[in-house]
Design a protein around this ligand. Sequence first.
Ligand SMILES: *Cc1c(COP(=O)(O)O)cnc(C)c1O
Length: 579
Amino acid sequence: MSDRQVLFTGFVFGVWGDDAMTLVNSFDRNRTGIAYFSMEIALESDMPTYSGGLGVLAGDTVRSSADLNVPLVAVSLVSRKGYFKQKLNQNGDQVEFPSDWEPSKFTEELPVRATVKIEGRDVQVRAFHYSVSSPKGGVVPVLLLDTDIETNLPHDRAITDYLYGGDLEYRLKQEVILGVGGVRILDTLGFRIRRYHMNEGHSALLALELLRKNQFDAQRVKEMCIFTTHTPVEAAFDKFDYPMVNRILGDLVPSETVRQYGGVDRLNMTLLALNLSDYINGVSKRYGEYSKSLFPGYKVHAITNGVHSYTWTCAHFRRLYDKYLPGWADEPSLLTRVGIIPDEQILEAHREAKEDLLTCVKTMTGVVMDPRVLTVGLARRATGYKRLDFIFSDVERLRKIARRWGLQIIFAGKSHPKDETGKMIIRRIFQLINGLKDDIKMVYLENYDLALSKLVVSGVDVWLNTPLPPMEASGTSGMKAAHNGVLNFSVLDGWWVEGWIEGITGWSIGPHPHENITPEERKPQEIEDLYNKLNYVISPTYYDRVDSWAMMMQNTISILASYFNSHRMMHRYVTDAYL
Ligand SMILES: *Cc1c(COP(=O)(O)O)cnc(C)c1O
């Protein structure tokens, strides 16, 4: 008997044990399903298989799919040493530590292997199974691919160690494991896949594997593939030189085929995904618009991101919603009726969330913040375009506002180990935290992860977001804030263009993207808005008009949280892309 038959009989007679039985059963109710591929996925705070928003989106996608009974299986890498653990010394220098984790603590190893060729060698791939189960009974299996197998050579065993680590060669090898290994593992396990959904271009090699399996019938492959793009700059696409590609991929498919779909000069993973997918989408309406100019000639749809409502609502607001809006987690559109909750109870739930955060700030940094003072949060990956230090554009103006009204600021975010600009931004923030400490209490919290994110997005009063347009494809942390009644103050980019109603759901910074304006004209406008609104609108409302503030919290929940959730997003993917 071939391996495949042995496994298949093993499955039929339950040799796999209960866990693996549920794996295919739950998926296979309709016989076929969707395979969702992502380089990173945020399943639990302590499973370091994610680095930022892309992984959080993947996690929220599987959580909503489980709740909604979407027949979906997710494929990612095990990333045994994680992204990294961040420590910051007194100067704000980032020091990185491996973030090792033990897959057996969270997952079940599956008794299957797939083989892929890398540089002409056979590399074995195995999978760990993590199960996402919904209280409603739905289950989504997540397969985390791993090459750390004794029969592999030492450097092949390390391919699935570091998320976004190593050089281009390391990255390409990871992408072979994810794309090609992923398709093969699913086949070996008996999954019948009708759609392959690529969350970003990292997994686009799966399309080459599908071409190979389908007699190079590109039309058939395109009908099966869906591509979701998140990267608004050409420079950020994964690109690989052909000598390296040919060496690593070998004869997976003829090299002319790779060039035909992946680009003439270099293998461009975005191009490969675009050329072999019938359904392409950006992750907000604004980015959909913008990506038309980025990808001329391709039809780009827009499905705006969302966050998993239950996951991102803190305990205090969950309790309120459970009491007044039962069923809200299953049907977040019920949050439109948040108005039936008395203002005082909304304010009280927020006070409790703020207390949780300030307690954590004290534990982590020793700094005691005042719960009565307007507290602004900004936490996200520390990288150039996110402009984490934009609030310091005019330090003296900021100081004046803080002296007049009272202001506290909470920062957090990791910088990619090779991103020198990001690291410089963190150091600059540290200097300013120190330099302004007599007027503004500020802290920078280490090692931003899911758990810390939830505390910060629910515990501050205002969520500030100042990325450089049009770089924020969607952004999701502001949606998390909205689920907790935290008000957004943000540049008009990504999702905020759709969520923003001035003075109702929050406030804008800078011009609308449809305004015809040069980058040189934009920045002064952003700076004016930032300080003027903080001084003349936000602070006075917070300190002197609590009723108006409570009303805006209500609006934020009813208008934003009811829409910007991943249940709504998955309904769209199902009707527009999967069916
Ligand atoms: C939500 C989240 C992000 C994404 O935040 P953006 O503001 O969309 O960049 C990044 N990292 C963590 C840990 C998160 O929870």
